[in-house]
Design a protein around this ligand. Structure first.
Ligand code: UDP
Ligand code: MG
Length: 340
């Protein structure tokens, strides 16, 4: 029986299926999430590669195609003939948070830098990031120096969001931080070990901790195309951030319930006393109407908050992966490989 079992059991693999075997591991991996960035991805690859070569660092570029419907993949693949580019094609548009997660899972470098494909992040900061990493910082991230280029609604909304988030969470999440950041291998491994599917990356980056350095960056204009984040997407992201990093919205109802009950007791005492002293003249339909509407609103709101958390638990319990990689293309497979 033993020998049959031994024959049938599969050999144990110590190799992580996510990370391809590679003898020449690059020092730095640059993860570039790209969704319909055909206009920008070529320039981004060229510029980043040039900068990394001039800095004398071995590197790989991981372009994560987040279900683009334009020629992003074709352009990136064409550049892989001259530059150390790996292209990960997700099976559909999963969103930037999932695209970053996919890139981090495949990165081989000792340090990983996340950078947008639209050239909004000044490339010169790669040098500064790497210098801080050399000095021992394990996470170096960019914070917007100002938001003057945005509409007042976006700026106001983001100020309000970060204020609210930081009132509620125990882990401080720096306001106006970008996903543009360098992470040491240790940080990347810590992030990869987090199993949650509703991923609010800016929160997770703070949650894992490590020795961190903030760098103020003036963001440039998009090279081409338009932002992929409309107000609906930003609102959805804000809800994910608030619900995954705080249980305050769930708990606040205990306080609100107590206040309303206390006020009701006071009011009931007053009415009782008044009726006993002056008798009843049957007034109060306004009070009843207001109370019914007010309490109805409060109850529906609190059920809504419960629903929001329940929906997140539902999606976590289903345990679907945060993304699916449909196809992977690597410069290492190319006959004209240019090694980093
Ligand atoms: N992006 C993505 N998936 C999405 C939306 C955006 O991978 O569903 C990428 C996009 O291609 C870009 C980066 O995320 O490289 C930042 O997006 P965008 O420039 O639209 O955001 P903004 O700079 O306006 O915040
Ligand atoms: Mg952008």
């Amino acid at each position: 029986i033993y020998s049959t079992l031994m024959k049938e059991s599969k050999p144990i693999s110590v190799h992580d299926p996510d990370v391809p075997a590679c003898s020449n591991t690059p020092e730095v991996s640059l993860v570039v999430p790209a969704y319909n960035e055909g206009e920008n991805i070529g320039v981004a690859i060229k510029t980043i590669s040039k900068e990394m070569r001039s800095l004398g660092r071995s590197f790989e570029l991981i372009v994560v195609d987040d279900g683009s419907s334009d020629n992003t993949v074709e352009v990136a693949k064409a550049y892989a003939l001259q530059h150390p580019v790996r292209v990960l094609c997700l099976s559909r548009n999963f969103g930037k948070e999932s695209a970053i997660t996919a890139g981090l899972a495949k990165a081989l470098g000792d340090a990983v830098i996340v950078i947008d494909a639209d050239m909004q992040e000044p490339i010169s900061y790669l040098k500064i990031f790497l210098e801080h990493w050399d000095q021992g910082f394990q996470m170096v991230y960019a914070v917007r120096a100002h938001r003057d280029d945005e509409s007042w609604l976006k700026t106001w909304g983001s100020n309000a969001f970060y204020w609210l988030l930081n009132q509620m969470t125990t882990v401080p999440i720096p306001p106006h931080a970008r996903d543009f950041r360098l992470m040491d291998r240790k940080v990347v491994d810590a992030l990869r070990a987090l199993p949650e599917r509703n991923r609010f990356m800016k929160g997770l980056f703070s949650w894992v901790g490590f020795k961190t350095k903030e760098v103020s960056v003036v963001i440039e204009k998009r090279h081409g195309g338009a932002s992929k984040f409309n107000y609906r997407r930003l609102l959805a992201l804000a809800f994910t951030g608030l619900t995954s990093f705080s249980d305050f919205p769930l708990r606040v109802w205990v306080g609100i319930g107590c206040c309303i009950s206390f006020a009701s007791i006071l009011y009931a005492s007053w009415i009782t006393a008044r009726t006993m002293i002056w008798g009843s003249d049957v007034p109060g339909w306004t009070t009843i109407t207001v109370a019914v509407f007010f309490l109805g609103g409060v109850q529906i709101l609190s059920i809504g908050v419960l629903g929001e958390y329940l929906a997140r638990i539902f999606s976590e319990v289903k345990s679907r992966p945060s993304h699916i990689v449909a196809e992977e293309f690597s410069y290492l497979d190319s006959p004209h490989t240019t090694q980093p």
